[in-house]
Design a protein around this ligand. Structure first.
Ligand SMILES: [Zn+2]
Length: 124
């Protein structure tokens, strides 16, 4: 198997409903995001998927989060926009986007860093 990953990030605001502490109030983060995709075979050029193409797809997903109040996004109406659920949102969105691409790659994992030392991941 081959695996590649790209990193990016976005800025946004969230509040964690039911959290007993400061994070219950609206506040912002610069989240860092890393996505991992795998493939059994490489394309004719020897690539899993072009980094540029994966970065573009990730960018389109992150654009839906950047500079937004995440609690206002439909996906987060029922589930708190925690780092865990943000990773899940990005995973689901990117999976859908990759399904429509010609490359035979599978998304493996999405990791979201809320601070440089705290990371949550989602995979299936
Ligand atoms: Zn927070």
């Amino acid at each position: 198997m081959f695996e590649i990953s790209v990193r990016s990030g976005f800025s946004g605001a969230h509040r964690l409903k039911g959290y007993k502490g400061k994070c219950e109030s609206l506040h912002g983060h610069n989240w860092d995001v890393e996505v991992f995709v795998t493939s059994r075979k490489l394309d004719s050029g020897g690539l899993t998927i072009d980094f540029k193409d994966l970065r573009k797809k990730l960018g389109a997903v992150l654009e839906t989060l950047d500079h937004r109040d995440l609690n206002g996004i439909v996906f987060f109406r029922k589930e708190n926009p925690s780092a865990e659920n943000i990773a899940k949102y990005i995973y689901k969105s990117l999976k859908q986007s990759l399904n429509g691409s010609v490359s035979k790659v599978s998304i493996k994992k999405v990791s979201v860093w809320e601070t440089k030392d705290s990371c949550a991941s989602y995979f299936e």
